[in-house]
Ligand binder design. Structure first.
Ligand code: NAI
Length: 785
């Protein structure tokens, strides 16, 4: 028996558009501007024009930013409860108008009504409810934090309303005001949302919505009055935004592309896995950043699984998105169809087998692409590496779990992953090894407002949802109190003459680089003289270069045992370093005093010992969370190390500054390439002897001395460095590393021209530092028999 048509009515949605003359201005300060220069949006299922929207100019964006700035004090003065009530009203109104939203979204985007009605809209309401809760609890649960200010938010077209909710709800809860831009293909539900804001009593200027293409996006990104940018979209534009914001001090979160692995082990429930795969790659026509677009299936069940999969593909129904029984709707725009077809053709040309259901007829008008399975592609083929963003699955096989991990991680992306096996022990062994922000075990594409979502590697940084998502819209108040970084003074008259020591036992001691647990001579065989505060020659350190950084990064990469070690074990090593530093405290104090002329040298050594204790204490207490989203199961949020972090240390407090940055990084399992204070590096080079006697495995901390600018540049451009921190007070240097970090989208933590009171735990400690040193992975574990 075949299905009959079950069309959802579009009458109300078309009437809503008609009432607005199918023409929209911008929503600024709670008012609609008259439509200016316009562009059209279309129904991708039949190509018909739906409405005209205004292309917001830089002047329009500036007006929206001004309105948002003006609204900020009033919005914050409402307090958590006041904001919670308004957000609750938004959630209720969204539910009341859910059908209109769902139909409008389907008309504008081409995704099926089943998805907009059953997935997008319930999740949108849930986001506003959940975040109304955070507004209510803000003071209690986020003490010592304030709202960032005016935030700019730019979203893509694949989940227009859901991405709006993911962006706007946490920003409002935290007390920010907003300039929001929907994607040019799909602006309509944002227009309806603006009306909901008016009805819910959102004060004027708190939410401003400007429409337009990338030029409007650029105007938001470039506006000086924006304090934070949140972007979801292509990795390419993410990179542009990272570069454009370098050195501006704007807070940034990026949710970018993916090429997520879907791993099926031989003992998996294969029928359930096929259904999971349908949700994973054919949901929203595969136009999903976390789509399970790479199937990795264990060789022993490959044929059986692919046979089942093809049979299921033959049953997928493609057609009018408003028909309630359709599985696959239209692609957002003909341009996407061309992109996808091009990639599939290239796979054919390379000799891959391309399977598409024979009975799948594409409608004559609109943009459509059939469900597609590609087999026989090499791991380096374009279809195996590029984000196709369409209903195209690439299948490969593996033999062992280790090979599955290797294949899963063979991508520049790291957004999501699925593991299918009935062996829970195997699943939980795989989960930490996969470099992705989400791991779904025996399930796929699950989302909830309580569980953070976001990427590893080039899939971006920052999280949306959960407690961690709230931090993206908050700033610690301690940041406001940071002093200007002191400019270090070079000694007036360096005394480079060698003065024989009065000490009869004196032997020349040359500080070397410290790489892979060994002292290393600098590759270039150059050294630089270090003089004391009084101009006296104190010694020499190696002049590190690119090659030294490369060696140090390689050594850090090899030291994976540190990341796998228990937190208890890492804490023990940090305590041991403290113990050995204390044993040589007087010597370290003397060295600090000689270099900097500080009268506080002993205090600095004391504080450094205490700081080591502090981070050792944290090492086994930075626990994750167990969420209970609305499913039968739990979601475990783990705080994981980022990988290899390059750290350019502050000039002031050469020992305490170094320890305050390196210790938290290694406490949570990272490996470090540290560039010590350029002015006073000897405190750090003295430390490697302490490390050698404290059971710190080789490669965990590597020290390269020399020019901070040059070494930072090399670290920031290095593709195997996962994060870079720069805190030496050089504003230009910080801007440069942020710009260079765009290449591999590494995480950055920079201090700009400001310093930090390194003695103060409020400024140099706490969860804020740990958050920079870690990334959250959410592992979804449904249960039931
Ligand atoms: P896109 O990244 O160009 O657009 C996303 C948003 O950014 C839109 O609102 C757009 O107007 C805005 N934008 C474009 N250029 C900008 C700029 N220079 N500055 C600021 N904002 C800018 O994505 P597009 O062109 O719509 O899709 C292209 C490809 O990107 C897709 O085929 C897919 O591979 C990928 N993509 C990934 C998404 C994800 O969620 N990971 C979402 C959308 C696209």
């Amino acid at each position: 028996m075949d299905y009959g048509p079950a069309p959802e009515s579009q009458k109300e949605a078309q009437a809503w558009l008609e009432q607005r003359s199918r023409k929209f201005g911008l929503f600024i300060d709670n008012e609609w501007t008259s439509p200016g220069e316009t562009f059209a949006c279309y129904n991708p299922a039949d190509g018909s024009q739906l409405a005209e929207l205004t292309q917001a100019s830089a002047v329009d964006v500036a007006r929206a930013v001004t309105a948002a700035r003006k609204a900020l004090p009033g919005w914050q003065a409402l307090g958590g409860h006041g904001r919670a009530k308004i957000m609750y009203a938004i959630a209720r109104l969204m539910q009341k108008h859910a059908r209109l939203f769902a139909v409008l979204e389907t008309l504008d985007n081409g995704k099926t009504i089943r998805e907009t009605r059953d997935a997008d809209l319930p999740l949108v309401a849930r986001h506003f409810y959940y975040h109304a809760g955070w507004a209510q609890l803000l003071d209690e649960e986020f003490p010592g934090h304030r709202a960032v200010g005016v935030v700019g938010q730019i979203v893509p077209w694949n989940f227009p309303l859901l991405m709006l909710a993911w962006k706007i709800a946490p920003a409002l809860a935290a007390g920010n005001t907003i300039v929001f831009k929907p994607a040019e293909f799909t602006p309509l539900t944002a227009m309806l949302f603006a009306e909901i804001c008016q009805q819910a009593g959102v004060p004027a200027g708190v939410v401003n919505i400007v429409t337009g293409d990338g030029r409007t996006g650029e105007a938001i990104v470039g506006h000086q009055g924006i304090d934070k940018l949140a972007f979801t979209g292509s990795t390419e534009v993410g990179r542009i935004i990272r570069e454009a914001t370098a050195g501006t001090g704007k807070k940034l979160s990026l949710e970018l592309g993916g090429k997520s692995p879907f791993i099926v082990f031989e003992d998996a429930d294969l029928d359930a896995a096929v259904e999971g795969l349908v949700d994973s790659i054919w949901f929203n026509q595969g136009q999903v950043c976390c789509a399970g677009s790479r199937l990795l299936v264990q060789e022993s069940v490959q044929d059986r699984f692919l046979k089942k999969l093809k049979a299921r593909m033959d049953n997928l129904r493609l057609g009018s998105p408003l028909d309630k029984s359709m599985d696959i709707g239209a692609l957002v725009d003909p341009i996407q169809k061309q992109r996808i077809a091009g990639l599939v053709d290239s796979a054919r040309a390379e000799g891959c087998e391309v399977y598409q259901p024979a009975g799948c007829e594409l409608p004559a008008t609109g943009s459509w692409f059939p469900p597609t399975l590609i087999t026989g592609a090499s791991t380096s083929a374009a279809v195996a590496q590029a984000e196709i963003f369409g209903p195209v699955l690439v299948a490969m096989s593996f033999r062992t779990p280790a090979e599955a991990v290797q294949l899963a991680n063979n991508t520049v992306y790291g957004l999501a992953s699925c593991v299918w096996t009935e062996n829970i022990s195997l699943a939980l062994d795989m989960a930490p090894q996969i470099k992705a922000g989400v791991v779904w075990i025996n399930t796929a594409n699950q989302f909830d407002a309580a569980c953070g979502f976001g990427g590893y590697k080039e899939s971006g940084y920052g999280r949306e949802g959960g407690r961690e998502g709230m931090f993206e819209y908050l700033v610690p108040v301690s940041e406001d109190a940071r002093p200007a970084a002191p400019s270090f003074k070079k000694p007036a008259k360096p005394d480079t003459e060698f003065t024989p020591s009065a000490d009869p036992f004196a032997v020349d001691r040359t500080a070397k680089l410290y790489i892979g647990g060994k002292q290393a001579r600098p590759d270039g065989a150059y050294s630089r003289a270090i003089h004391g505060a009084d101009g006296k020659f104190l010694g020499e350190v190696g002049e590190g270069n690119r090659k030294d950084i490369r060696n140090a990064v390689e050594a850090a990469h090899k030291a994976t045992g540190w990341t796998k070690a228990t937190a208890h074990n890492r804490a023990q090593v940090l305590y041991y370093i403290a113990e050995n530093l204390a044993a040589r405290g007087a010597e370290f104090a003397e060295r600090i005093a000689a270099q900097t002329g500080s009268k506080n040298a002993e205090k600095e050594v004391q504080a450094s010992i205490e700081r080591l204790f502090y981070w050792a204490a944290w090492a086994d207490k930075y626990d994750g969370l167990a969420h209970q989203p609305p499913m039968h199961g739990i979601t475990v949020a783990l705080n994981e190390a980022i990988g290899v972090i390059g750290i350019v240390c502050p000039n002031e407090n050469p020992l305490l500054g170094f320890i305050s940055l390196v210790a938290p990084a290694i406490a949570v399992g990272n490996r470090v390439v540290a560039v010590p204070s350029e002015a006073y590096p000897l405190s750090a080079t003295d430390l490697y002897q302490v490390f050698d006697t404290s059971d710190l495995p080789g490669g965990v901390v590597n020290i390269v001395t020399g020019s901070a600018d040059e070494l930072a540049r090399t670290l920031a451009s290095h593709f195997d460095v996962d994060a870079i921190w720069r805190h030496d007070g050089s504003a230009a240097g910080c801007a440069e590393v942020e710009k260079l970090s765009a290449g591999s989208l590494k995480r950055t933590w920079t201090g700009g021209a400001k310093g930090r009171d390194w003695f103060s735990t409020a400024q140099a400690g706490g969860r804020v530092v740990l958050a920079h040193a870690s990334q959250v992975k959410n592992i979804w574990i449904p249960y039931g028999v």
